[in-house]
Design a protein around this ligand. Structure first.
Ligand code: FDA
Length: 307
């Protein structure tokens, strides 16, 4: 119930505007987000890489309403990639991109615009030895996003994508994506989805295991994006059963969530990548984190009252 309400709020422009006006970034920034600027993303990336972690930096923002805004987001990624290269971090730090932030949902030629911006970002990433993973948003965008990823992979074969285990379709998508050279980030899924398209409750975890089995048996690079201790253990078990080299797959977690577990896995020799958001448009991202764990709401509200 709380989860559903929060996820509805994530899409509500009036609540978003009010929250952004009040500005509660302080408490929020400390826990889940690097900060508002690219220099913050660089600073936190440097610390994480120093701890043996890899990073995927996300420029916060989604559901872009104008072509100019989409271009600004693309330029922000290009700037970030050149700064990562200058800082000597590009090999350990990739970027994550939401297609809706670079124009996908604009009427008319939105998908084409998103493809062009994403291609430019992929080319810039490749030029500095970094990489790109395309995030997955709500189910109405899944077909479009996977089609754009397929197009990107023709020129930039290492471009990664995200599969959400809560969708009924995902095991079949994993079968299609498990081939040589692919990079698939498997997560449970963070949006409010109807029962007509998505598993609910424990069925999401069961689907996660089925999807993971397909990816581990395949020839691509599974990116196991979860904080769930049971799924973390199952991933290690499936990797062993499939005789996978330790560097042929990786764990991924969100910045600020189970950091001690991130370090424990690194110490045990597993590659671990941290998803690190930065920017001012933190509202949708933060509300999804609260929906996953409503006790995070307290942190958010403390940020409000301490202003
Ligand atoms: P689950 O929600 O069951 O949590 C397991 C445990 O992890 C909890 O018991 C708690 O201890 C801890 N935990 C989880 N979330 C927490 C939170 N917010 N605060 C504090 N503790 C928390 N989704 C999507 O739809 N599209 C995408 O592109 C991505 N991308 C993405 C990248 C990466 C690297 C990760 C790790 C996750 C995503 N997600 C995502 C989000 C994902 O779908 C999912 O919502 C969260 O990872 C939470 O699910 P868990 O698998 O951790 O399980």
């Amino acid at each position: 119930m709380v989860r559903t309400l929060l996820l509805k709020a994530a899409r509500n422009e009036a609540i978003k505007d009010a929250a952004l006006r009040v500005g509660v970034t302080r408490g929020v920034v400390e826990r889940f987000i690097a900060g508002e600027g690219a220099e913050d993303a660089l600073r936190v990336s440097r610390t994480l890489v120093g701890q043996g972690l890899q990073v995927s930096v996300d420029h916060l923002g989604e559901d872009t309403r104008a072509a100019e805004q989409a271009e600004q987001v693309a330029l922000a990624y290009l700037d970030l990639l050149s700064r990562l290269a200058e800082a000597g971090l590009a090999e350990s730090v990739e970027v994550s991109v939401k297609l809706s932030a670079i124009g996908q949902l604009l009427p008319g030629d939105g998908e084409q615009l998103a493809l062009e911006h994403a291609s430019t970002i992929c080319a810039a990433a490749r030029a500095v030895g970094s990489d790109v993973t395309i995030d997955m948003e709500d189910h109405t965008t899944t077909d479009s996003t996977l089609a754009i990823v397929a197009e990107l992979r023709r020129t930039h074969p290492s471009t990664g994508c995200v599969i959400q285990s809560y969708l009924h379709r995902s095991e079949a998508d994993c079968e299609r994506l498990a081939g040589s050279g692919s990079r698939v980030r498997l997560c449970k899924g963070a949006y409010s989805e109807p029962e007509s398209v998505a598993y609910q409750g424990h069925d999401v975890d069961r689907s996660y295991v089925r999807c993971l089995r397909v990816l581990m048996e395949g020839e691509g690079r599974p990116m196991v994006a979860t904080h769930d201790p049971r799924l973390i253990a199952i991933a290690a078990d499936l990797a062993t059963r499939n005789h996978r080299a330790q560097d042929s797959w990786e764990y991924q977690m969100l910045h600020g969530i189970r950091p001690e577990e991130q370090r424990r896995l690194v110490a045990a020799g597993h590659p671990v990548r941290v998803y690190l958001p930065y920017g001012t448009d933190w509202y949708g991202y933060m509300v999804r984190r609260m929906a996953e764990k409503p006790s995070n709401l307290a942190l958010f509200l403390r940020g409000l009252v301490s202003k």
